[in-house]
Design a protein around this ligand. Structure first.
Ligand code: NAG
Length: 322
């Protein structure tokens, strides 16, 4: 009698423990990060940094000047950010060599960005997906800030100096594009980070893919590819999202990321960020289900025209250059 009741208790204890474990897991799951380290606090950059296709980049506008060069040089020289042969040159000569190397690198970036954007455009066109391509090259001050903050001594290891962004109408379009891009340019994709786009991780996926669900811990949602840029011996970033994702990310960038510590550390601000993320996610879900698809004849006209008239009237409720 005593024995069986004790067994019963043990069973109940086990069940309670099991439930607690389940709850803890569910709680952790709801906290948005199923097991991946999430130390990168850069949420893609503000939309005002991104320029339309065909924009003529000029490195002078990227704060390319003696002060910034000096700063990046001083952050670089701590370890070997450039070939041994160059480091062996004397103090003065070393500086000159670094500048030349760095100038060559930065001067090549507009063309590298253009090539990447052309690839993105080709995937949109070949698959009849509507998306707006923009791009950015990181300014030198932003580069040096990131090197300093992350303790990175080789500027080529900052893998979002060249960034392209594609903004889509719906989450389904992002997923269609993801599949098509990986099929067309598979060997250029080094890493896939799916922040709140791919659904919860079920079973094994592409080894390169990291899934964050329902969003990155900050509340950030977008799809990121890290892509190889062999021409300049670094990697770039392709960001894919919707206008609602941009609205959230721009708010977070200005108010939290760049904001004072009293905002960053405040629990109510963190909660608000999660609620805003959820709100925009719901709007994206509605858009995904309810946006009428634009007829072919209008889409074709849209592709050909360079006027501001938008035959699909697509996104007329939201800015398109996001
Ligand atoms: C792309 O390459 C990866 C290996 O990097 C491979 O696992 C995957 O099956 C490839 N996908 C396609 C669509 O070719």
């Amino acid at each position: 009698m005593y024995q069986s009741s004790s067994d019963g208790m043990r069973k109940m204890d086990k069940m309670a423990l099991c439930l607690m474990f389940l709850c803890a897991n569910l709680f952790a799951f709801n906290a948005a990060n199923p097991g991946y380290e999430d130390t990168d606090d850069d949420n893609g950059g503000h939309s005002t940094e991104f320029r339309p296709m065909g924009y003529e980049w000029n490195i002078a506008e990227l704060e390319y000047g003696p002060d910034m060069l000096k700063k990046i040089y001083s952050l670089s020289k701590k370890r070997s950010a450039f070939p041994i042969g160059i480091r062996a040159i004397g103090k003065k000569g070393e500086k000159v060599e670094f500048d030349a190397e760095f100038y060559k690198f930065y001067k090549a970036l507009p063309e590298v960005l253009k090539t990447l954007q052309a690839r993105l455009e080709s995937v949109l066109n070949d698959n009849g997906i509507i998306g707006v391509v923009t791009g950015r090259i990181k300014s030198l001050s932003s580069l040096s800030t990131k090197m300093e903050k992350d303790g990175i001594t080789d500027y080529r290891k900052i893998t979002d100096i060249v960034g392209a962004r594609v903004t889509f109408q719906t989450i389904d379009d992002i997923l269609k594009f993801k599949k098509a891009y990986v099929e067309a340019f598979n060997n250029t994709v080094n890493e896939i980070r799916c922040y709140g786009i791919c659904g919860p991780a079920i079973g094994s996926v592409d080894q390169r893919e990291k899934i964050y669900w329902p969003w990155k811990s900050s509340g950030y949602r977008r799809l990121h590819f890290k892509v190889a840029l062999p021409e300049v011996d670094t990697a770039g970033e392709v960001q894919m999202g919707t206008p609602y994702m941009t609205l959230w990310a721009d708010w977070e960038h200005d108010v939290v990321y760049k904001g004072p510590a009293r905002f960053t550390e405040n629990e109510n601000v963190k909660k608000y960020a999660q609620r805003l993320a959820k709100y925009y996610m719901m709007l994206d879900d509605i858009r995904n289900e309810m946006l009428p698809s634009c007829p072919q004849i209008l889409q074709e006209s849209l592709k050909e025209s360079d006027s501001s008239l938008n035959e699909c009237l697509f996104w007329n409720d939201l800015r398109t250059n996001m």
